[in-house]
Design a protein around this ligand. Structure first.
Ligand code: FAD
Length: 343
């Protein structure tokens, strides 16, 4: 591998934190490689709730998750980072640099290749995440055609009878988001109470009163049946009462399990399934930083906006590993030539 392939910073994870970190790195003229195991950038925004509105990103009264992901990519891409999708990082190993011991170098191995980098910023969110299913073996054969865990395009559900299973924010948000697209929306939940934002619960109650949606609680899904695609489900309550519901699509919004997977073996201090960092985003390994949902420090909030701030700090902390001996200076975007061209 030639020296040209050495990047200043390798960012593991192309979620909102990773993308904004890449932008910040570009502001400091650092070369960047971003690696993500998912087929598209955006992390949870693209994979879990692309059509949902986000209201707490500064500067936007509201923005859909997929638009925010697209904007963040565009912002980072002004500096042309190398983006490697569909690739999972399995290990990071310290290397002795030909420039001597003052220059840290890491060998980053993925399931597809090996790359060299002067610093590492881990923006891996929850690690590899997997949606929870129903525990019914027959569900597997309908997955991807009529049983869904994520929604990419609302239009796919146009004119369909949709059953949503779950009682959290995702389930309730999608009930509200799909009523104008689907022919009918039914919400099935195993408890009588929901674990969602009080405003959302109130909205759901009003929609049910007006007959716009059906809510069936406390019911569990006992059976899912159909031929090529699902035709319906059988539900059961605690007293043994059963009912059949017709369905063209079943959305299982039961949350997801996350797994740090290979990251747990990278010799990092892990606290509450997250990587322990100090306020400079430094982990216990020199030259390795963590930002966003995966980073844990006192007072940490798992929000998009905290990931942005983490990214700015991590890049600043990484600079001495990229250009040892250089004085770290603060950069405002308004001072950079690249932006003055577009204004
Ligand atoms: C339904 C829902 C609604 C939400 N609503 C809001 C909201 O309104 N406002 C808000 O601020 N926050 C919200 N959040 C939280 C927000 O999405 C997260 O805080 C944010 O996505 C964290 O960004 P991140 O970049 O740190 O991690 P992520 O978005 O999780 O991205 C991490 C990326 O790292 C990749 N990765 C992991 N391990 C590896 C590996 N070993 N190799 C390569 N790639 C790897 C993953 O594939 C993923 O793409 C919501 C979350 C959910 C689930």
């Amino acid at each position: 591998m030639s020296d040209e392939s050495i990047k200043d910073i390798t960012i593991i994870g192309a979620g909102p934190s990773g993308l904004f970190t890449a932008f910040e790195a570009g502001m400091h003229e650092a070369s960047v490689r971003i690696i993500d195991s998912l087929p598209e950038s955006g992390g949870q925004l693209s994979a879990l709730y692309p059509e949902k509105y986000i209201f707490d990103v500064p500067g936007f009264t509201r923005i859909t998750a997929k638009d925010l992901a697209r904007n963040l990519f565009g912002q980072a891409n002004q500096f042309s980072p190398e983006l490697r999708l569909n690739e999972t990082v399995v290990s990071i190993v310290d290397k002795i640099s030909s420039e001597g011991p003052a220059q840290t170098l890491f060998e980053v191995s993925t399931d597809k290749g090996v790359y060299l980098s002067k610093a590492i910023i881990i923006a891996a969110g929850l690690g590899a995440f997997k949606p929870r299913s129903l525990g019914l073996p027959e569900v597997g054969r309908f997955e991807g055609n009529s049983v869904h865990y994520f929604i990419r395009e609302k239009g796919y559900f146009k004119g369909k009878d949709v059953i949503i299973v779950g009682g959290g924010d995702s389930a309730l948000d999608w009930v509200i988001n799909l009523i104008d697209t689907a022919r009918g929306v039914t919400l099935v939940h195993r408890k009588d109470t929901f674990r969602a934002h009080p405003n959302t619960i109130q909205q759901i109650g009003e929609l049910a009163k007006r007959g716009r949606i059906k809510i069936l609680t406390p019911f569990e899904v006992k059976e899912v049946y159909g031929d090529e695609a699902i035709k319906g489900i059988r539900i059961i309550d605690g007293t043994g009462k059963e009912a059949d519901l017709r369905a063209d699509a079943l959305l299982l919004m039961l949350g997801f399990t996350s797994d740090l997977g290979p990251i747990e073996k990278w010799g990092l201090d892990i606290d509450d399934s997250r990587i322990k960092v100090n306020l400079n985003m430094e982990t216990n390994r020199k030259g390795v930083f963590a930002v966003g949902d995966i980073a844990n420090y006192p007072g940490k909030l798992k929000l998009i906006l905290t990931g942005f701030s983490d990214g700015a700090r991590a890049v600043k902390s990484a600079l001495p590993y990229i250009r040892p001996g250089d004085k770290v200076r603060h950069v405002h975007s308004t001072s950079l030539k690249i932006f003055s061209k577009t204004s």
